[in-house]
Ligand binder design. Structure first.
Ligand SMILES: C[S@@+](CC[C@H](N)C(=O)[O-])C[C@H]1O[C@@H](n2cnc3c(N)ncnc32)[C@H](O)[C@@H]1O
Length: 306
């Protein structure tokens, strides 16, 4: 298995301790430990069924979409996770006789290994890239792993885990003439979102890795519109300590006083109109295809450079 490392485990561990000390945990730590991966898999399983049709439809169109690429199709997946969705496309392209090379990009070593191993099981050449996609430099380095034309993926609501206004620009900057980007979002349901037990377990998992117990505090989920764009909503999650805590994180002892808050990862949700504007008006892409999920809760867009 080949994995190129731009972000080391030592750097992640150090940043994890710094983030707990700063009371602000970025998205990548929610997929870092085996416990987090397990919690995420349970959460992701819920949306897999609704997205089955979307991915079958994309797989059926994949060979045609990438016809101008010629024989070779590099697939670069930002925040690839376990690569389960990506594999539907990879298999379809390989089945159509194309030379597919898969580049899953992720900060999670465990998920990256799973994505690479899955592709290799299907006899598809894979090179994993362990990188931090919140860094514009890492996004460029990962994209440059192959020359255009390339098929970029950023799916599973990966975009919603970052500031989407910044992140989509960093990704769109890498999309050159001839490239294709497939990106999706969870649509805002129009009423406040109630967290499920799986979501609560998922957001708590990094705290548990730092030694926090469920009765050490409360989880608070809040949703608010983001004033920068009509139809863009931010779902924030916080932990509020209900007693004084002493945590041991990567060798650092960190005290959290009763009543203190730790910001957990957030999620952005959009209306369909706001998501279209983000991709086109804001990021300078052109949408050439849109696929709604079976339950209408997720929108997947196929984009090219405008
Ligand atoms: C919501 S999951 C989606 C996974 C996959 N694309 C899917 O559709 O199932 C987000 C993925 O992005 C990765 N991720 C989160 N923050 C990251 C960061 N800063 N750099 C690289 N990967 C990151 C996570 O490890 C996780 O695999």
């Amino acid at each position: 298995m080949n994995i190129e490392v731009l972000l080391t485990e030592a750097e992640i561990a150090e940043e994890f301790a710094e983030s707990i000390a700063a009371r602000d945990l970025p998205e990548k730590f929610f997929y870092w430990t085996p416990q987090s991966v397990k919690a995420w898999e349970a959460l992701a399983a819920r949306s897999e069924e609704c997205l089955k049709g979307t991915w079958e439809s994309l797989a059926a169109r994949a060979a045609d979409l990438t016809k101008p690429f010629g024989k070779r199709v590099p697939v670069i997946s930002f925040g690839a996770g376990d690569g389960l969705k990506d594999r539907t496309l990879l298999r379809s392209l390989a089945g159509a006789g194309r030379e597919v090379k898969y580049f899953p990009v992720d900060a999670s070593q465990q998920l990256l290994e799973t994505a690479c191993a899955g592709a290799e099981d299907d006899d598809i050449e894979a090179l994993g890239i362990k990188a931090d996609i919140s860094s514009p430099m890492h996004v460029v380095l990962a994209a440059d792993v192959s020359e255009a034309p390339r098929l970029f993926l950023m799916v599973g609501n990966t975009l919603g885990g970052f500031d989407p206004m910044d992140q989509i620009r960093h990704v769109a900057d890498c999309v050159k003439k001839g490239d294709i980007l497939i990106v999706d979002t969870n649509l805002h349901p129009g009423v406040p979102v109630t967290p499920t037990e799986e979501q609560r377990r998922f957001v708590f998992a990094p705290l548990a890795a730092a030694g926090v117990l469920t009765d050490d505090g409360e989880l608070d989920f809040t949703e608010r519109p983001d004033d920068r764009l009509d139809g863009m909503f931010m779902l924030t999650r916080r932990f509020i300590a209900s007693r004084d805590l002493r945590l041991l994180v990567a060798g650092h002892e960190i005290s959290v006083a009763r009543g203190e808050r730790i910001l957990l990862n957030f999620r952005y949700l959009f209306t369909a109109e706001a998501f279209r504007w983000l991709l086109t008006g804001h990021a300078g892409l052109r949408i050439v295809g849109e696929i709604p999920s079976a339950d209408g809760k997720i929108m997947t867009a196929v984009c090219i450079k405008a």
